[in-house]
Design a protein around this ligand. Structure first.
Ligand SMILES: *[C@@H]1O[C@H](CO)[C@@H](O)[C@H](O)[C@H]1NC(C)=O
Length: 281
């Protein structure tokens, strides 16, 4: 009988301790940055009135980095280590994440957005060894964010109250995309009913070099995939439904910081905003 007792231990020894086999096969990454100013002005019931841009938030913030298939579909909620978001694993980088990957809805915990992105998309990225753990996923996404400076590239066209065109965006971002096609979307302003530039999506190879997004060259940068991620649903982070931008739209300036308080505020946000305003003018 004794040898039988050994069997479970032998089996156990074959279970890999590393997460190298987690995740899912996929073709490329899509990196999405959102424009919080537009999100909080979106005419969309899924955006609560409590939408608030935390002090110190940069002009553009992270939405996520998503493993995608060439056919426009994508894997989601994959086998991961851990399968469920564990806030303890990212304590060392949570400070930076609060700034560049903020939750705009005070009614929800900041972790709820990170949890959603990790469990839905981050677990699928674990087939790529660069993204083998939860900590690596968030660390690498922030590296991508740091390497793609949307705010500076866009500073030649705004933010401003002037109308801009798709070509303006295309030209402004050439410096970061190197001419590769990308996507962007708009949101409708609940006050002015104008269309506002709301997000920018850049495609990357698995080694994180920039590539063109799949699809027809002429319009790929402004289409909404039929596999559009509807993060507004399911009790997750409420974000509005992004839509194709019309011929003209606005890269809306952030609201001037607090007129409620009488003391002049030099927030990091104001500092960044002024610095950006002054570039290229
Ligand atoms: C897209 O491609 C993936 C990977 O090849 C495949 O698993 C999936 O079924 C495809 N989805 C559609 C809708 O074609």
């Amino acid at each position: 009988m004794k040898p039988l007792i050994l069997v479970p231990f032998l089996l156990l020894s074959f279970i890999p301790l590393s997460s190298a086999n987690d995740g899912a096969p996929f073709d490329y990454f899509m990196f999405t940055t959102i424009y919080p100013t537009a999100v909080c002005r979106a005419d969309d019931d899924s955006v609560p009135d409590s939408c608030e841009i935390p002090t110190g938030t940069p002009l553009w913030t992270i939405h996520g980095l998503w493993p995608n298939y060439e056919n426009g579909s994508y894997p989601q909620n994959c086998k991961g280590t851990p399968k469920h978001f564990d806030a303890d694993m990212i304590k060392s980088i949570a400070g930076k994440m609060r700034t560049v990957w903020p939750n705009l809805f005070p009614g929800k915990s900041i972790q709820s957005f990170w949890k959603h992105e990790y469990e839905k998309h981050g677990t699928c990225a674990q087939s790529d060894e660069l993204f083998d753990t939860e900590l690596l996923y968030f660390t690498e996404v922030m590296k991508v964010y740091d390497s793609i400076d949307i705010a500076t590239a866009m500073s030649s066209i705004g933010p401003s109250d002037k109308l801009i065109t798709k070509n303006d965006v295309l030209t402004a971002l050439t410096s970061v995309t190197g001419g590769n096609t990308f996507q962007f979307h708009c949101l409708k302003d609940k006050i002015t009913k104008q269309f506002l530039l709301g997000d920018i999506r850049i495609c990357l190879n698995k080694d994180l070099t920039i590539r063109s997004c799949p699809g027809p060259k002429d319009n790929v940068w402004n289409r909404v995939s039929r596999f559009e991620r509807s993060v507004g649903n399911g009790g997750h982070q409420p974000l509005p439904s992004y839509q194709p931008c019309p011929a003209e739209f606005v890269y809306l300036p952030p609201e001037k910081s607090s007129s409620k308080s009488s003391e002049p505020k030099t927030s990091l946000f104001g500092f960044v905003w002024n610095a950006i305003k002054n570039v290229g003018r």
